[in-house]
Design a protein around this ligand. Structure first.
Ligand SMILES: Nc1nc2c(ncn2[C@@H]2O[C@H](COP(=O)(O)OP(=O)(O)OP(=O)(O)O)[C@@H](O)[C@H]2O)c(=O)[nH]1
Ligand SMILES: [Mg+2]
Length: 432
């Protein structure tokens, strides 16, 4: 009996001891508690995310992202826990997910502004010599004379004519300045500068130069751009720069080596092709350029390319047979395409001044030039020729070349160009 009582007593003591241990919380090490552990891991995540709604959206988004993986892991063991935690999690995540989206346009805007500021800055630099030429001479006129009178207007006209703007265009600008003066709109120097800016913008915007040029989507793929111009104006270089731009924008480009007169010309295009990462279609030496371009268009169709950019030989506008051949190239391209080519881009070298205006006339007489790329504006004082070209021929400028590097081809934008051309000396530091 005593033994039985002792056993009973020992059992009661042991039960009391075990009970005490379990209520003191010393058993959570049990694997059975793991789901509970997961749940508690989710909760801090939710409660941590809430204060982050006040923090910068990008940071909140990053941290919320970082939380997502552990959260998913924690949920796995217990669907019940998952359901229980869903509402608070959504609440906590909502600000983090929505705010970055709201932030996106804010980021895009400065980028767009930067691009245009950068463009104007590069243009200012590129147009420094032109500005140092006729713009500086105009500024000198105002330095000598404060009064705005017919005599000053005559002097302005003289400067414009000698600045390669061309006689006709200079006369037209002067006529309009006189009308402004008669209407008492040219009271002081600032008003004359503003009037000159407006005239320049008016001329350059007239043929739709700001519409995006050859960047407009071609009516059908492949878009075909024939690049023409006399020797050495920068055709092949412009093609390389253009191809680089298109490829960067995710377009597939095929180059056509239509300058078959010189082996070096094909090689030069092939170097660009390798550099930019696009195929070059070429023919045998002295091959018919029309057939090379025909083949390139065929290949572009088969391979679903977006653009064919065709080089042509540097045509001397005095050699009529070469112009005839150019007409043949256009016909051949149109035959392959079964529609007109998208762009006949005439490359003109600004350093040739007035000669560029005459070249444009000869090319226009032979083929349907649709736009201009004006190269080598860097390092020439003759940049004013752009006004004469556009005014006399009504052709839009699509691109300007302001250097030899691949990024030195700029899509033409009349307001930025005029801003850069007429930049005041105070702005020069910006361009440096
Ligand atoms: N400074 C400057 N040089 C340029 C520009 N565009 C082209 N060039 C240079 O002008 C020279 C002639 O360029 P090309 O592209 O070979 O000219 P092209 O019209 O193809 O010449 P041909 O094939 O001989 O008819 C090269 O040295 C180019 O680097 C520009 O915008 N600025
Ligand atoms: Mg060439």
């Amino acid at each position: 009996m005593a033994i039985a009582l002792a056993i009973l007593f020992a059992a009661v003591v042991a039960w009391l001891f075990l009970k005490g241990k379990s209520s003191s919380g010393e058993l959570p090490e049990s694997p059975a508690k793991k789901p509970g552990e997961g749940t508690s891991a989710v909760k801090p995540a939710a409660s941590e995310a809430r204060p982050k709604a006040d923090a910068k959206p990008a940071e909140a988004a990053k941290k919320a992202e970082a939380k997502k993986a552990p959260k998913a892991e924690a949920k796995k063991p217990s669907p019940a826990d998952e359901a229980a935690q869903e509402a608070p999690e959504e609440e906590a995540e909502a600000p983090a997910e929505e705010e970055p989206a709201a932030e996106a346009p804010a980021e895009a805007e400065p980028a767009a502004r930067e691009a245009s500021e950068e463009d104007v800055k590069a243009l200012k630099k590129g147009l420094a010599s032109t500005r140092g030429g006729f713009i500086a001479r105009l500024a000198k006129l105002f330095g000598k004379k404060k009064e705005i009178d017919p005599e000053l207007l005559d002097e302005i006209q003289e400067v414009l004519i000698t600045a390669d703007i061309g006689v006709k265009t200079s006369e037209r600008i002067l006529e309009r300045l006189k009308t402004r003066m008669d209407n008492d709109q040219l009271g002081d120097e600032d008003q004359v500068w503003e009037a000159l800016r407006e005239e320049a913008r008016g001329i350059l915007e007239a043929p739709g130069t700001t519409s995006g040029g050859v960047y407009r989507a071609p009516s059908e793929s492949p878009g075909v751009i024939l690049v023409v111009g006399v020797n050495g104006v920068g055709k092949t270089t412009t093609i390389g720069k253009l191809a680089s731009r298109f490829q960067e924008n995710g377009k597939k480009v095929i180059l056509a080596a239509g300058d078959t007169f010189r082996a070096a010309a094909v090689l030069q295009l092939e170097v660009w092709g390798r550099r930019v990462g696009c195929d070059v279609v070429k023919g045998k030496e002295r091959a018919d350029p029309a057939s090379v371009i025909f083949d390139a268009i065929k290949k572009a169709r088969e391979e679903d390319a977006d653009y064919v950019i065709a080089d042509t030989a540097g045509r001397l506008h005095t050699k009529t047979n070469l112009m005839e051949e150019l007409k043949k190239v256009v016909r051949s391209a149109e035959k392959a395409l079964e529609r007109p080519v998208d762009e006949i881009l005439l490359v003109l070298d600004s350093t040739t001044g007035q000669n560029a205006i005459q070249q444009a006339q000869l090319f226009k007489d032979a083929i349907e030039v649709s736009g201009i790329a004006l190269t080598k504006l860097d390092g020439t004082a003759k940049g004013g020729v752009i006004l004469g070209i556009v005014d006399e021929h009504g052709l839009p400028v699509h691109f300007v070349g302001i250097g030899e590097r691949v990024e030195d081809l700029r899509e033409f934008d009349a307001p930025s160009f005029v801003e850069a051309l007429f930049a005041k000396p105070d702005d020069e530091t910006l361009a440096a």
